[in-house]
Ligand binder design. Structure first.
Ligand SMILES: [Zn+2]
Length: 239
């Protein structure tokens, strides 16, 4: 049994399937956090993905309402008033999307839940592409958090696991395509609109990941995919 921090995005959905199918975790407790993010749309996607995945695995799902902390941590582009910068995910401009201490907060809540349900690990989908702009997705942080969590719960030890920490987004998609991940249900865009904007850092990184695997993003229509590729080439032409 293990707990998963599950956003309904591409990385954590791949991790859900990876836990069930590769690591053979028998029961997964997925937690989706509402921390007042402008892209709250991903919470609906998380629910739909779990419904879909239930045919293939034992997964429980809870949405955790942390929206009351928004006033405390509102800053930058995901929870504040700033615009979401249009550039590649690894570009320094994306630091505007940092939500201070977000992963530490979510992991802390998830560890408490793990101890309660008797799970021995908490998984989250930090990946190599996060390294540049999100310090709480780095290997050093995962290690330190794992130690702190062990010491804080020494009578009921819980491990922090981030198996994608050295894998980039294209590598995650490569794994997910083999595992039958329902990418058509996942949401990555930082904007909270009806359809993905195709030009925020999350959209561009996602387009790149599918392009590098030689497949169309199944969440997009043919027309949207064409536009996404054009935007990617324009923004990242020199990458
Ligand atoms: Zn977007």
């Amino acid at each position: 049994m293990a707990v998963l921090i599950f956003s309904g995005g591409l990385d954590s959905t791949t991790l859900l399937y990876y836990m069930a199918k590769v690591e053979k975790v028998e029961r997964i407790y997925a937690l989706t956090f509402d921390y007042g993010q402008r892209h709250a749309r991903e919470i609906d996607h998380a629910r739909r993905i779990v419904e879909f995945a239930r045919d293939e695995m034992d997964v429980k799902h809870k949405v955790v309402d942390l929206s009351s902390i928004k006033d405390l941590i509102a800053m930058g582009a995901l929870t504040g008033d700033e615009d979401v910068p249009k550039a590649h995910y690894a570009d320094k401009s994306q630091r505007a999307t940092i939500v201070p201490n977000r992963n530490m907060i979510m992991l802390s809540v998830a560890v408490g839940y793990a101890v309660k349900v008797g799970a021995k690990a908490v998984y989250y989908s930090a990946h190599r592409g996060d390294y540049e702009n999100y310090p709480d997705c780095r290997k050093e942080f995962v290690k330190a958090m794992d130690t702190a969590v062990y010491l804080a719960n020494i009578f009921n030890p819980v491990e922090i696991r981030a198996p994608f920490v050295d894998i980039d987004k294209a590598g995650i998609v490569e794994i997910g395509l083999k595992l039958g991940v329902p990418y058509h249900l996942t949401w990555s865009c930082y904007e909270g609109r009806e359809r993905p904007c195709l030009s925020c850092g999350a959209c561009i990184e996602r387009t790149e990941a599918f392009l590098l695997n030689g497949v169309k993003d199944p969440a997009l229509s043919d027309e949207e995919w064409k536009k996404a590729v054009e935007i990617y080439k324009r923004v990242c032409g020199r990458r």
